[in-house]
Write a protein of this length. Structure first.
Length: 557
């Protein structure tokens, strides 16, 4: 069997299809590193590792001189392979940019990666990390691992001892000053997280070509390019480079939870607990293997399978094409039983992350006034347009793959009809969430100035909730009695999950709540939620995604 290489796909304008008469030419920017007689090395494109290659692949690529046809190369290097299989291999060379005319420059200072990643970088990262590495006293690897394990063990035991307090702290509002400190600390930790990647790579002799800031799935973040890690000779070293960043957050989480046990002041203890929980959540998210997070890099390095995600996505897409449209069966890029499931999960995971990010933005900003409401709708429009563009490109590739046009049109029409009908008939519970405040022994429902209140009928069941920064819990229940809207002042945590001593904000009260004795005495302020009945999925999406964000803007006019 002719050995193939694992290559990174790149965008290209539609080049002429490959034929047996095509005479490919290896790009002048390609070099090969660490390839011996029997070993596997690295193909480097403009100084950036591009793919892992074997000796036969290097010989084949080196023979591509622009005058030798693919037919002759096939007979010379892979006579036992079918012509179709050989053309697919060369097509992967082309998609990676290894061939002249299809060469892509490596990422520079400003880079966009579909669908939602924009990077702004410095190209002097190697020099920066080199200086930092010289300033840090070298520690034995075993000592580092033992120390990290001991700290994590202490943090785990501290979390168990504080389990009830941790549940309570995420469901109660935090002091505004503590939130500011928490955000600043988390931002600094993100910088340390990425620096740990670069320093670990530098420690093992690699070079970080780029580092900077980025907008990653609609969230700001730092990044360090550790592609050069593929030059490292051992898998263990590459795995350690990938996990160095999550290790920073894990250690800080353990230290914060341990320190919370002995913190003398409640505010300090709660801040440390939230910090520990936030860092733990960041570690868990980073270990998701289906997105280009650290967990994926570690898995790819441990398996020694470069570009694992792109290759399994290709396998998953080929599977779907064959299942839905009857496309021809193609050989797998990753010859394992889990290649297709992993690829399908890698297709779904980014979509899920984007939807969660947009949902969070809608909930946080939709009631923040006309400007933020318009921003939310614009953000949703951008996401929808980008998603439609990606879907169009995917369908265009399927159509060009040679499937039956009649079946393609029939399947697309059937899927479209199913989506439209499902959105119209699937029932979704519609709820409205506002604030509540206790005024002179009365509990009243309030909303922010400029926010449109939903009509509340007399006797509507109301659930009173705490306003936590990461969650909420029920603190009471009752029924509503509508009243004429009146301007008022309420505590800050009636509208946002934060408290500030002596601070109140403008609001409008529009109903009173007859609190049930079963719920106990509610706190001074929090959230109030009530059902609006069942609506279709389309009505739910339109109301929450468009009408609610625009209601403040319309009210302002």
């Amino acid at each position: 069997m002719f050995p193939t290489s694992s290559l990174r796909r790149r965008k290209s304008s539609a080049p002429a299809p490959l034929t047996a008469d095509t005479c490919p030419l290896l790009s002048t920017g390609v070099t090969f590193v660490g390839v011996g007689d029997e070993s596997t090395g690295i193909a480097v494109l403009h100084g950036v590792p591009s793919s892992r290659v074997s000796r036969p692949v290097v010989d084949l690529l080196s023979a591509m001189d622009g005058t030798t046809s693919l037919h002759d190369l096939h007979l010379r290097f892979a006579a036992s392979e079918s012509s179709e299989s050989f053309l697919q291999l060369v097509q992967r060379f082309r998609a990676t940019g290894l061939l002249e005319g299809d060469t892509k420059l490596p990422p520079g200072r400003l880079t966009y990666r579909p669908p939602f990643t924009l990077q702004i970088a410095t190209l002097r990262a190697a020099a920066i990390f080199g200086r930092l590495h010289r300033l840090i006293a070298p520690l034995p690897r075993r000592a580092i691992l033992v120390s990290v394990a001991a700290v994590l063990s202490l943090g785990f035991m501290a979390a168990i001892l504080q389990a009830r307090e941790l549940l309570n702290v995420v469901t109660t509002p935090m002091p505004l000053g503590a939130i500011v400190v928490l955000v600043a600390v988390l931002a600094c930790l993100t910088l340390l997280h990425e620096s740990a990647h670069g320093l670990t790579l530098t420690r093992y002799g690699g070079r970080s070509r780029r580092a900077g800031v980025m907008l990653f799935y609609l969230a700001p973040a730092f990044f360090v390019d550790v592609t050069d890690g593929w030059r490292l000779p051992r898998r263990r070293q590459r795995v350690e480079v990938a996990l160095a960043g999550p290790a920073v957050h894990a250690v800080v989480a353990a230290i914060a939870l341990t320190a919370a046990l002995v913190a003398p002041q409640p505010v300090v203890r709660e801040t440390l607990q939230i910090l520990g929980l936030s860092c733990t959540a960041i570690v868990l998210v980073n270990l998701i293997p289906f997105v280009r997070f650290d967990g994926y890099i570690a898995l790819m390095s441990a398996l020694d399978e470069p570009n694992l995600r792109n290759r399994t996505i290709r396998d998953g897409a080929n599977f779907l094409t064959g299942l839905l449209f009857g496309g021809r069966r193609m050989s797998k890029s990753v010859n394992t039983w889990w290649s297709v499931p992993f690829g399908l999960a890698s297709l779904i995971a980014p979509i899920t992350l984007v939807l969660l990010a947009v949902t969070r933005a809608v909930r946080s900003l939709a009631a923040g006034g006309p400007s933020l409401g318009m921003f939310v709708v614009a953000l949703e429009a951008v996401v929808v347009l980008v998603g439609m563009g990606l879907l169009w490109r995917a369908l265009h590739r399927v159509l060009r793959s040679g499937v039956s046009r009649l079946r393609f049109i029939s399947v697309c029409a059937a899927l479209g009809a199913i989506i439209v009908i499902a959105g119209a008939v699937i029932p979704v519970p519609m709820t409205a969430t506002f604030g509540f405040s206790t005024e002179g022994g009365r509990v009243v429902l309030v909303h922010a100035d400029g926010q449109t209140a939903v009509e509340v009928r007399d006797g509507t069941p109301i659930v009173l909730l705490s306003s936590g920064i990461l969650g909420s819990r029920q603190v009471g229940e009752g029924t509503a009695r509508p009243q004429r809207p009146e301007p008022t002042r309420v505590p800050l945590d009636a509208l946002v999950p934060a408290t500030a001593a002596g601070v109140s904000v403008s609001a409008v009260s529009f109903a009173e709540v007859d609190v049930s004795d079963r719920g106990g005495s509610p706190p001074e302020a929090g959230q109030a939620r009530f059902d609006l009945g069942m609506v279709s999925l389309w009505e739910f999406l339109w109301a929450t995604g468009v009408m609610q964000p625009l209601s403040a803007s319309q009210n302002e006019k």
